[in-house]
Design a binder for this molecule. Structure first.
Ligand code: ZN
Ligand code: ZN
Length: 235
């Protein structure tokens, strides 16, 4: 990352860098960048309905001495662990306390009573969890929302609706909700939330590689300005 640290700007710059690092490493910020939701989605750290993967809790305690809340599970539509492909829990299955208020240290005891759940590797829920988890390591210029919405919609129309725009327009949200058991309430496709956009981008492209490939491959018919800052201004 390139920054000019001027004589008078050092304090400010360090502060800015720390803030961005914290955002980048601990929050949904990189996902919002990758999906063009920076201006629309200001909440990078949801504080409700935290979820855990039981296997992750057990492994985290064994590996690190403590469990923690993984940001890759924060998005409302995420229902499965990207690593273990098992369902996430909003309540501790041992003591029934909501994870949001559950003391991390209490998992030491609670984990002994966790039920075993078989994984569903490569299910749509699992693939979606991988898609989101991958985009959390996105570390490049943010895409603009209009460009993301446009590309994702075009791709969905082509792949799911045989090029029928009106079919797509009326059914996309309903079909997206069906596919992942999600609850997107929006009835318009512009300015959708980070959660809704993640689902639609996943349905359109399936993998983070395919999505990023489509977004960075600016063709002739694409709208101008896919990236927030022009490539020609890079120093
Ligand atoms: Zn897990
Ligand atoms: Zn518990």
């Amino acid at each position: 990352m390139h920054r000019h640290v001027g004589q008078f700007g050092i304090g400010l710059n360090i502060e800015h860098r720390v803030t961005e690092e914290v955002l980048r490493e601990n929050t949904l910020y990189p996902l919002a960048q990758a999906l063009g939701r920076l201006a629309l989605s200001t909440n990078y750290t949801p504080t409700v309905r935290w979820k855990i993967c039981l296997q992750c809790v057990i492994e985290d305690i064994e590996k690190h001495g403590t469990s923690y809340i993984h940001r890759r599970n924060l998005l409302p539509a995420i229902t499965h662990c990207s690593l273990h492909a098992t369902p996430l829990h909003v309540k501790c299955p041992s003591c029934l306390e909501p994870i949001t208020i559950h003391k991390l240290s209490n998992f030491e005891k609670c984990r002994n009573f966790f039920p075993k759940t078989p994984p569903t590797f490569r299910s749509s829920h699992h693939m979606f969890a991988i898609f989101v988890s991958d985009l959390l390591s996105y570390n490049d210029k943010p895409f603009i929302s209009k460009a993301v919405d446009h590309r994702v919609f075009e791709k969905l129309v082509a792949t799911l609706y045989n090029g029928d725009y009106s079919q797509a327009y009326y059914n996309i949200i309903i079909d997206a909700n069906k596919a992942l058991g999600a609850r997107i309430r929006s009835n318009r496709l512009e300015g959708i939330s980070l959660n809704a956009c993640s689902i639609l981008a996943f349905l359109a492209y399936q993998t983070s590689e395919a999505y990023l490939d489509a977004m960075t491959n600016v063709g002739e018919r694409s709208p101008r300005g896919f990236l927030m800052s022009s490539r020609s201004t890079k120093t």
